[in-house]
Design a protein around this ligand. Sequence first.
Ligand SMILES: [Ca+2]
Length: 191
Amino acid sequence: MFRAALLSIIALACAVPAQAVNVTAIRVTNTQGLPLQIAELQAFQGLINVAPRAVATASSALFGFTGPDKVNDGLTDGQPYGGGVYISDTSDPAPYLLLTFSRTYNITRLQVFGREDCCQNRDVFDFEFIYHGVSTPMGTIDVSGQGLANTNAMQFAAAAVPEPAQWALLIGGFALTGGAMRRRRSAVTYA
Ligand SMILES: [Ca+2]
Protein backbone atom coordinates (compact mmCIF):
# COMPACT_ATOMS: atom_id res chain seq x y z
CA MET A 1 0.00 0.00 0.00
CA PHE A 2 2.87 2.35 0.93
CA ARG A 3 4.52 1.54 -2.38
CA ALA A 4 1.31 2.35 -4.29
CA ALA A 5 0.95 5.69 -2.46
CA LEU A 6 4.59 6.55 -3.14
CA LEU A 7 4.18 5.77 -6.83
CA SER A 8 1.05 7.95 -6.96
CA ILE A 9 3.01 10.85 -5.47
CA ILE A 10 5.83 10.39 -8.00
CA ALA A 11 3.26 10.24 -10.81
CA LEU A 12 1.58 13.46 -9.63
CA ALA A 13 4.92 15.28 -9.28
CA CYS A 14 5.73 14.43 -12.90
CA ALA A 15 2.25 15.26 -14.20
CA VAL A 16 1.88 18.80 -12.79
CA PRO A 17 4.46 21.16 -14.31
CA ALA A 18 4.65 24.72 -12.99
CA GLN A 19 2.54 26.30 -15.72
CA ALA A 20 3.62 29.89 -15.21
CA VAL A 21 6.39 29.60 -17.74
CA ASN A 22 4.89 26.92 -19.99
CA VAL A 23 3.68 28.90 -22.91
CA THR A 24 1.62 28.35 -26.04
CA ALA A 25 1.16 32.10 -26.68
CA ILE A 26 2.44 35.45 -25.40
CA ARG A 27 0.20 38.52 -25.23
CA VAL A 28 1.64 42.03 -24.99
CA THR A 29 -0.22 45.23 -24.12
CA ASN A 30 0.78 48.80 -23.34
CA THR A 31 0.49 49.53 -19.64
CA GLN A 32 -0.61 53.15 -20.13
CA GLY A 33 -3.25 52.68 -22.82
CA LEU A 34 -0.88 54.22 -25.37
CA PRO A 35 -0.19 52.86 -28.86
CA LEU A 36 1.82 49.68 -28.85
CA GLN A 37 5.20 49.93 -30.57
CA ILE A 38 7.70 47.08 -30.59
CA ALA A 39 10.90 46.68 -32.58
CA GLU A 40 11.61 43.12 -31.41
CA LEU A 41 10.33 40.68 -28.82
CA GLN A 42 12.60 37.81 -27.86
CA ALA A 43 11.31 34.82 -25.86
CA PHE A 44 14.02 32.45 -24.70
CA GLN A 45 13.78 28.80 -23.84
CA GLY A 46 17.19 28.37 -22.25
CA LEU A 47 19.64 30.02 -24.65
CA ILE A 48 17.37 29.79 -27.70
CA ASN A 49 15.15 32.67 -28.81
CA VAL A 50 12.02 30.80 -29.92
CA ALA A 51 9.97 33.94 -30.75
CA PRO A 52 10.78 33.67 -34.49
CA ARG A 53 9.02 30.26 -34.45
CA ALA A 54 5.74 31.94 -33.44
CA VAL A 55 3.13 33.60 -35.64
CA ALA A 56 2.71 37.28 -34.71
CA THR A 57 -0.73 38.89 -34.93
CA ALA A 58 -2.10 42.13 -33.50
CA SER A 59 -5.34 43.94 -32.81
CA SER A 60 -4.42 46.61 -35.40
CA ALA A 61 -1.52 48.07 -37.35
CA LEU A 62 -0.84 51.73 -38.11
CA PHE A 63 -1.47 52.43 -41.80
CA GLY A 64 1.74 53.00 -43.73
CA PHE A 65 3.94 51.31 -41.12
CA THR A 66 5.08 47.75 -40.80
CA GLY A 67 2.91 44.94 -39.42
CA PRO A 68 3.20 42.70 -36.37
CA ASP A 69 5.58 40.29 -38.10
CA LYS A 70 8.33 42.87 -37.43
CA VAL A 71 8.33 41.92 -33.73
CA ASN A 72 9.84 38.49 -34.34
CA ASP A 73 11.82 38.89 -37.55
CA GLY A 74 15.12 38.61 -35.66
CA LEU A 75 16.06 42.27 -36.21
CA THR A 76 16.24 44.65 -33.24
CA ASP A 77 16.31 47.82 -35.36
CA GLY A 78 14.08 50.42 -33.69
CA GLN A 79 13.59 52.90 -36.54
CA PRO A 80 9.92 52.86 -37.67
CA TYR A 81 10.50 54.99 -40.76
CA GLY A 82 13.04 52.43 -41.91
CA GLY A 83 10.36 49.73 -41.49
CA GLY A 84 11.77 48.30 -38.29
CA VAL A 85 8.97 48.79 -35.76
CA TYR A 86 5.46 47.43 -35.40
CA ILE A 87 3.04 50.21 -34.31
CA SER A 88 -0.65 49.71 -33.49
CA ASP A 89 -3.26 52.02 -35.00
CA THR A 90 -3.50 55.21 -32.92
CA SER A 91 -7.32 54.85 -32.78
CA ASP A 92 -7.13 51.29 -31.41
CA PRO A 93 -8.66 51.55 -27.87
CA ALA A 94 -6.97 48.41 -26.54
CA PRO A 95 -4.03 47.41 -28.70
CA TYR A 96 -2.40 44.04 -28.18
CA LEU A 97 0.16 41.86 -29.84
CA LEU A 98 -0.03 38.06 -29.79
CA LEU A 99 2.75 35.57 -30.46
CA THR A 100 1.20 32.15 -31.05
CA PHE A 101 3.34 29.01 -30.95
CA SER A 102 2.50 25.68 -32.57
CA ARG A 103 3.76 23.78 -29.48
CA THR A 104 4.54 24.39 -25.80
CA TYR A 105 7.72 26.23 -24.89
CA ASN A 106 9.22 26.63 -21.44
CA ILE A 107 10.01 30.35 -21.53
CA THR A 108 12.74 31.44 -19.11
CA ARG A 109 13.44 34.97 -20.33
CA LEU A 110 11.68 37.77 -22.23
CA GLN A 111 13.55 40.65 -23.83
CA VAL A 112 11.91 43.52 -25.66
CA PHE A 113 13.44 46.20 -27.91
CA GLY A 114 11.62 49.51 -28.16
CA ARG A 115 11.34 52.33 -30.61
CA GLU A 116 14.44 54.47 -31.02
CA ASP A 117 13.50 57.67 -32.89
CA CYS A 118 10.92 59.10 -30.47
CA CYS A 119 8.05 58.44 -28.08
CA GLN A 120 9.99 56.13 -25.78
CA ASN A 121 7.53 56.92 -22.98
CA ARG A 122 5.26 54.40 -24.73
CA ASP A 123 7.80 51.62 -24.33
CA VAL A 124 6.32 50.05 -21.19
CA PHE A 125 4.87 46.61 -21.82
CA ASP A 126 2.66 44.21 -19.90
CA PHE A 127 3.09 40.51 -20.63
CA GLU A 128 0.72 37.59 -20.27
CA PHE A 129 1.72 33.98 -20.80
CA ILE A 130 -1.06 31.89 -22.28
CA TYR A 131 -0.98 28.14 -21.81
CA HIS A 132 -3.72 26.32 -23.75
CA GLY A 133 -6.10 29.26 -23.36
CA VAL A 134 -5.32 30.02 -19.69
CA SER A 135 -3.74 33.45 -19.28
CA THR A 136 -1.29 34.38 -16.50
CA PRO A 137 -0.04 37.98 -16.04
CA MET A 138 3.76 37.86 -15.91
CA GLY A 139 4.59 41.49 -15.17
CA THR A 140 5.97 44.54 -16.90
CA ILE A 141 9.08 45.29 -18.92
CA ASP A 142 9.93 49.00 -18.90
CA VAL A 143 12.14 50.09 -21.77
CA SER A 144 11.19 53.77 -21.55
CA GLY A 145 14.19 54.85 -19.47
CA GLN A 146 16.78 52.79 -21.32
CA GLY A 147 17.86 55.54 -23.75
CA LEU A 148 20.14 54.29 -26.50
CA ALA A 149 20.30 50.81 -24.95
CA ASN A 150 16.65 50.58 -26.01
CA THR A 151 16.04 47.20 -24.41
CA ASN A 152 15.14 45.51 -21.16
CA ALA A 153 14.43 41.97 -20.04
CA MET A 154 12.63 39.79 -17.52
CA GLN A 155 13.80 36.42 -16.24
CA PHE A 156 11.72 33.44 -15.07
CA ALA A 157 12.59 30.28 -13.21
CA ALA A 158 12.69 27.23 -15.43
CA ALA A 159 9.80 24.82 -14.92
CA ALA A 160 9.70 21.09 -15.37
CA VAL A 161 8.07 20.08 -18.63
CA PRO A 162 7.66 16.28 -18.61
CA GLU A 163 10.16 14.79 -21.07
CA PRO A 164 9.42 11.53 -22.89
CA ALA A 165 11.41 9.55 -20.29
CA GLN A 166 9.35 11.17 -17.51
CA TRP A 167 6.11 10.34 -19.30
CA ALA A 168 7.29 6.70 -19.49
CA LEU A 169 7.95 6.79 -15.73
CA LEU A 170 4.56 8.42 -15.15
CA ILE A 171 2.67 5.81 -17.21
CA GLY A 172 4.72 3.04 -15.60
CA GLY A 173 3.88 4.48 -12.16
CA PHE A 174 0.15 4.40 -12.90
CA ALA A 175 0.41 0.84 -14.23
CA LEU A 176 2.23 -0.32 -11.09
CA THR A 177 -0.24 1.53 -8.86
CA GLY A 178 -3.16 -0.09 -10.71
CA GLY A 179 -1.49 -3.49 -10.49
CA ALA A 180 -0.90 -3.11 -6.75
CA MET A 181 -4.55 -2.10 -6.23
CA ARG A 182 -5.79 -5.06 -8.28
CA ARG A 183 -3.61 -7.46 -6.29
CA ARG A 184 -4.96 -5.99 -3.06
CA ARG A 185 -8.56 -6.39 -4.22
CA SER A 186 -7.83 -9.97 -5.30
CA ALA A 187 -6.39 -10.80 -1.89
CA VAL A 188 -9.57 -9.54 -0.23
CA THR A 189 -11.80 -11.50 -2.64
CA TYR A 190 -10.09 -14.84 -2.10
CA ALA A 191 -9.29 -14.62 1.61
CA1 LIG B 1 12.25 43.37 -35.54
